[in-house]
Design a protein around this ligand. Structure first.
Ligand SMILES: Nc1nc2c(ncn2[C@@H]2O[C@H](COP(=O)(O)OP(=O)(O)O)[C@@H](O)[C@H]2O)c(=O)[nH]1
Ligand SMILES: [Mg+2]
Length: 219
């Protein structure tokens, strides 16, 4: 799994870097954005969040709380607003005011797969209007407690927009994330980080050796 380490994701970039955070409901997207935001900020980057999960008011509020907790900017709209327009505003604001990193939160509800696909494509396409290389990263968040389901999620999301990185959350419980081995073999998508709890510092940059040690540990 060593070739899938990707610590460069967290390094300060020369140019604007927009990251779309995808994944199904409840896997930890919003929480992961908060944690990533903190690391990027500590690395000297100017960070802005885009509250493109406009499906529920609570989702916008949750991201706002993270933005104030880790002290970064946020672009938001009201509940029910077009997720793509929020993403567009955030990337636009980033270009105008020299932000380094845009992290775009998304809803990820799978009840209506067709809508979800359209929504993701639209978000990606509007950011391209500002920067043709955007979104520079598409990170899929996976819940370690989802088991084999994870394979399906990678397959489906990868079809919409190719995934450039994976974050696996909830490795602080009994799940050890063995499914990452199968994923590594099948897709060779870089693994960015691991979620080890609900707090702001509970994100560990992925290191294959550390992961292997934790994985084989008997407790
Ligand atoms: N134990 C644990 N809980 C997590 C982790 N990441 C997120 N959560 C929790 O999972 C729940 C759903 O997270 P949220 O970020 O709202 O998921 P989203 O729907 O994908 O945005 C929340 O209660 C989070 O606190 C993690 O790494 N470990
Ligand atoms: Mg969320």
């Amino acid at each position: 799994m060593k070739p899938l380490e990707n610590k460069s994701f967290f390094k300060k970039k020369e140019k604007l870097n927009a990251t779309l955070i995808s994944g199904v409901n409840g896997v930890g997207k919003t929480t992961t954005i908060g944690k990533i935001g903190k690391i990027l900020k500590n690395n000297g980057s100017k960070v802005i969040f885009a509250a493109s999960d406009t499906f529920r008011a609570a989702a916008i509020e949750q991201l706002e709380n993270w933005a104030s907790k880790v002290d970064v900017q946020i672009v938001k709209s009201s509940q029910g607003a077009d997720p793509a327009s929020v993403a567009f505003k955030a990337v636009d604001e980033a270009i105008k005011n020299n932000f380094d990193q845009v992290l775009i939160d998304t809803a990820g509800r799978l009840q209506n797969k067709k809508n979800l696909m359209e929504e993701y494509k639209k978000i990606a396409n509007v950011t391209k209007k500002i920067d043709p290389n955007a979104p520079h990263n598409v990170i899929l968040v996976l819940d370690a407690t989802s088991g084999q389901n994870v394979l399906n999620q990678v397959e489906e999301f990868n079809k919409i927009i190719p995934i450039t990185g994976i974050v696996m959350t909830k490795l602080d419980g009994t799940a050890k994330g063995g499914i990452l081995l199968a994923l590594a073999k099948k897709y060779e998508i870089p693994i960015i980080a691991l979620g080890l709890g609900e707090k702001e510092d509970d994100l560990q940059l992925f290191e294959a050796e550390k992961f292997a040690e934790a994985f084989t540990q008997i407790n």
